[in-house]
Write a new protein. Structure first.
Length: 369
């Protein structure tokens, strides 16, 4: 797909040019001549394969489908094996309308979102005095899947809620006297509520997990139960659709503006607002299930733009281990170290794999103003 601008509006259009594969982990600029104007590209170096894709076009669920197809063909050729085709989208398969059409566009039956205002959340950058630390950084932590799942089962948790809870506990110990609430946004897949499991679009909402004062003295099992209850309440269909409706309203408001500068102003305001009401974000697509090709994966990372609040943790579960990528707008390890102390305190064995600059492929927008 190519992003074009016509009559002051942006459109995705079909792009039949070749998809670019580059021999550098840096990749190429998306939607530019370097990428043949695609919003997706691939790169490789040594034993790493990289998929770069525009998050506005799809999300982790959609990107995983592309990875499944890529790994099927790559591993079949590279290792001269015949892999099962079940659950893999293959060349020549028909793309159904359920996968292609936007499940939100044109909906007139979405619930009216209530007018609510969220209180400010504890701001990590301000609290740690990191305003001048502008080096985007990613810390990657690996945990054995069997060990972490046992810990979750023993303490009534799940991977997304437990990572959110452990992060909340870590932050609370750093700032025990803060008056602002610790509020973690846990990403939610909206496809179930929309009854469109095949949709490829970026369909991500959020559940807000608040580490309230009354929770802090509870044992971790009871805290995890409370967090799971918050997730359960906020992932009911009506609640998710209300979030979809709210976001659709924001899109309509942006599109109602005449100039790109006005639209950028609104988008910037919304981004700043999100940064004020969320302490950090946790995202978990779910177990990758890359089929038989998963046996050949030694390492897996999931990187995206660091959240406006300063920190997002991307969780991936591939070939027997969880990888937690701490994506930061800053380089200081203060929150990573506090999180690792929580793992130590709860007897969870981990491996801090590496620390790297957070570098993502740029996107060239078709500005005409």
């Amino acid at each position: 797909m190519e992003l074009q601008k016509r009559d002051k509006e942006f459109y995705f259009v079909e792009n039949h040019r070749s998809v670019i594969v580059s021999d550098s982990l840096d990749g190429v600029e998306l939607n530019s001549a370097a990428s043949n104007y695609h919003m997706i590209s691939f790169a490789w170096q040594d034993n790493w394969i990289v998929l770069n894709v525009f998050h506005g076009m799809t999300d982790g669920t959609g990107a995983y489908e592309v990875v499944r197809t890529l790994l099927y063909y790559y591993c079949s050729e590279r290792y001269n094996v015949r892999l099962k085709e079940d659950g893999i989208r293959l060349v020549g398969d028909e793309i159904s309308m359920e996968e292609w059409l936007d499940p939100v566009a044109g909906r007139t039956d979405l619930p009216m979102p209530p007018r609510t205002e969220m209180t400010n959340a504890l701001n990590l950058v301000n609290s740690a005095g990191l305003e001048d630390d502008n080096r985007q950084t990613v810390y990657s932590i690996a945990i054995a899947e069997s060990e972490f799942m046992k810990f979750n089962i023993d303490n009534d948790g799940s991977p997304g809620t437990m990572v959110s809870l452990l992060l909340s506990r870590a932050i609370a110990k750093l700032y025990p006297d803060s008056k602002d609430i610790i509020r973690i946004a846990l990403c939610v897949n909206q496809r179930k509520a929309l009854h469109t499991p095949l949709a490829h679009q970026s369909l991500v909402g959020g559940a807000f997990l608040e580490y309230k004062d009354k929770l802090r003295d509870w044992p971790i099992e009871r805290q995890a139960t409370a967090y799971r209850g918050m997730v359960f309440a906020q992932t009911q269909e009506e609640h998710v659709l209300t979030g979809v409706s709210s976001f659709a309203g924001i899109i309509r408001m942006i599109l109602s503006k005449e100039s790109d500068q006005e639209r950028l102003g609104i988008a910037g305001y919304i981004n700043n607002l999100a940064g004020r009401v969320v302490t950090a974000t946790v995202s978990y697509v779910g177990k990758a299930d890359f089929k038989e090709a998963e046996n050949y994966i030694r390492d897996f990372r999931l990187w995206t733009s660091s959240a406006s609040s300063g920190l997002i943790i991307e969780i991936s579960a591939v070939n027997g281990r969880f990888t937690l990528d701490f994506l930061q707008t800053f380089s200081d390890p203060i929150f990573v170290n506090a999180f690792l102390q929580e793992l130590d305190a709860n007897g969870i064995v981990y491996d801090l794999q590496d620390v790297q600059p957070l570098e993502l492929a740029n996107i060239k927008l078709p500005w005409t103003e």
